[in-house]
Design a protein around this ligand. Structure first.
Ligand code: FMN
Length: 164
């Protein structure tokens, strides 16, 4: 029998969140893949162009990933909430990846109503990529950054958003 393996695929423009995601491998059988944009947006562009692109449902250009999904039981796709939407890099990933027969857990860095809206969008775009969202969880960035909190204990205690 092989060990259960989890893959965390994430995008974040936030250095602290990126560090928390990269640290996830410490908590078990987890591989971590960061989605990166070919064009490195500065913080000003995140708040202006990034938010507009997210709101309009646009994709950005991301670096190619080469993921063997068969190697994992669980795939977590993590994105910040920008203007009540997933980030453009996540849209790009979902539009260039075949997720047929894959179950995905959506993890959103955000809170409240805007996170629920972003979750519904993420669920739909995952379905358009052929996959299905097993659940969507909102984690407020503030809680994530609190000392000694790891991504997976937060995931476990957070209540998933019900499918619309
Ligand atoms: C342009 C922009 C728009 C945002 N919009 C929302 C929002 O609608 N709802 C929310 O809960 N958080 C929102 N946030 C906060 C992000 O969720 C938070 O910045 C993120 O989790 C941190 O990672 P990031 O730097 O990749 O955005 C927004 C942040 C930015 C920069």
């Amino acid at each position: 029998m092989t060990m259960a393996k989890t893959l965390l695929i994430y995008y974040s423009a936030d250095a602290a969140i990126r560090e928390i995601c990269e640290d996830s491998y410490k908590y078990g059988e987890i591989d971590v893949v960061e989605l990166t944009e070919t064009y490195d947006r500065g913080l000003f562009e995140v708040a202006t162009l990034g938010a507009l692109q997210a709101l309009a449902g646009k994709s950005s250009v991301i670096d190619k990933t080469n993921i063997d999904f068969d190697a994992y039981d669980t795939v977590i796709l993590a994105s910040p909430v920008w203007a009540a939407s997933p980030a453009p890099a996540i849209n790009a990933f979902l539009r260039t990846t075949d997720l047929r027969k894959r179950e995905v857990v959506g993890l959103l860095f955000g809170s409240g109503r805007t996170c629920t809206i972003a979750g519904d969008i993420l669920r739909k775009r995952t379905a358009l990529a052929g996959g299905s969202c097993r659940s969507i969880v909102c984690v407020p960035p503030r809680e994530l950054k609190k000392n000694r909190v790891d991504l997976f204990s937060l995931l476990k205690k957070s209540a998933p958003i019900a499918a619309a």
